[in-house]
Design a protein around this ligand. Structure first.
Ligand code: GLV
Ligand code: MG
Length: 338
């Protein structure tokens, strides 16, 4: 683990950055709240310990007229609250907005000691992370903070997607990346109108067999986000940071929400955003390993002895590589105390 001192070392732009071990704290759900909404703000104390991350959102979904109230609301909540095991994150406004400089200045100097991670929207390339990194270093020094604030980028522009590898490695502060399916869809000119999830028109149809009526063959809906999530996961894994699904806007469709979260989990994501209390239990269930998978992983571990060679277990061949997969499950279970 790198020390805090390393975080404040000047960043040599373009130089390869060492992989930083990120703190192994589970972040299965990043629960969004609007600090300018008194009803939502009042619920914050009750959520401590029940969600892994509470995120005070300042960006999209907060009306322009409420931006200052949201920022001040977050300061007030953070000062008045002991977050215990729950991490406190914020999503600042976009780097080209009129609010972001004051967001950073106010939050880091007023509540920097409480903030674990700053989520940066619409990140386009490493230069955006370098900018945030430098600014954070200055503000942390001014505020006398000894613990570095980490950075999380949202992938929600085509340019950000193309630059995802350099974004992940742009600073040792990088904690992780989330998919931003709504903005990304718009930027790519996809033909969707939703916040995350699938589309019934994105499908494959079975080949015709004799007797089939044209147009009535079985169809299977495909996952619109498979390529994007897989690419994001690879970039994160290469740099030792965490990948997350993002928002799922159809709050009532808990089935599709669970499916979308599970696809992301199986592909390597560690968590997701939750926009409504109904999604918290779904995220907890999906992003915690199945006890049967964990039990199997421990059996393979025991059967593999020193970890080399191959063994047969329940008629299946296990070897060094299947053991490594099992160890991913074991490690996650241990982090979650499962
Ligand atoms: C999230 O911010 C999104 O655009 O999906
Ligand atoms: Mg967005």
């Amino acid at each position: 683990m790198r020390s805090a001192k390393d975080f404040f070392a000047p960043l040599a732009v373009g130089a390869p950055q060492p992989v930083r071990e990120v703190p192994a704290r589970p972040t299965r759900m990043i629960h969004f709240f609007d600090p300018s909404n008194p009803k939502m703000a009042a619920k914050v104390p009750d959520m401590i310990g029940t969600v892994d991350v509470l995120l005070g959102n300042l960006e999209d979904a907060v009306k322009a007229d409420n931006k200052l109230a949201a920022r001040q609301g977050l300061v007030d909540i953070a000062k008045a609250t002991d977050f215990g095991p729950t991490q406190l994150w914020t999503r600042i406004n976009a780097l080209d907005s009129p609010w972001v400089l004051d967001d950073l200045t106010t939050l880091v100097t007023e509540i920097g000691d409480k903030l674990d991670v700053i989520m940066v929207p619409k990140v386009q390339g490493a230069e955006d992370i370098h900018y945030i990194d430098r600014l954070l270093a200055q503000l942390e020094a001014k505020a006398g903070l000894t613990r570095p604030i980490l950075v999380h980028a949202i992938l929600e522009t085509a340019r950000g997607m193309v630059n995802v590898e350099e974004i992940c490695g742009a600073s040792p502060r990088m904690q992780g990346i989330s998919l931003g399916p709504a903005d990304l869809a718009a930027d790519r000119k996809m033909k969707t109108t939703r916040v995350g999830g699938g589309h019934p028109g994105y499908l494959v149809r079975q080949d015709p067999v004799d007797g089939d009526i044209q147009g009535q063959r079985s169809t299977y809906q495909q996952d619109l986000w498979h390529y994007t999530v897989a690419r994001m996961v690879d970039a994160c894994a290469m740099h030792g940071i965490y990948a997350y699904y993002g928002p799922f806007g159809d709050i009532k469709d808990v089935v599709a929400c669970e499916d979308q979260f599970r696809n992301a989990f199986l592909l390597g994501c560690v968590g997701t955003w939750t926009l409504h209390p109904a999604q918290i239990a779904i995220a907890r269930k999906v992003f915690s390993p199945d006890p049967a998978d964990v039990a199997h992983a421990y059996r393979v571990k025991a059967a593999m002895g020193d970890g080399t060679g191959a063994v047969m277990l329940d008629g299946k061949m296990e070897d060094d590589a299947s053991l490594k997969q099992c160890l991913v499950m074991v490690e996650l279970a241990q982090q979650l105390g499962a």
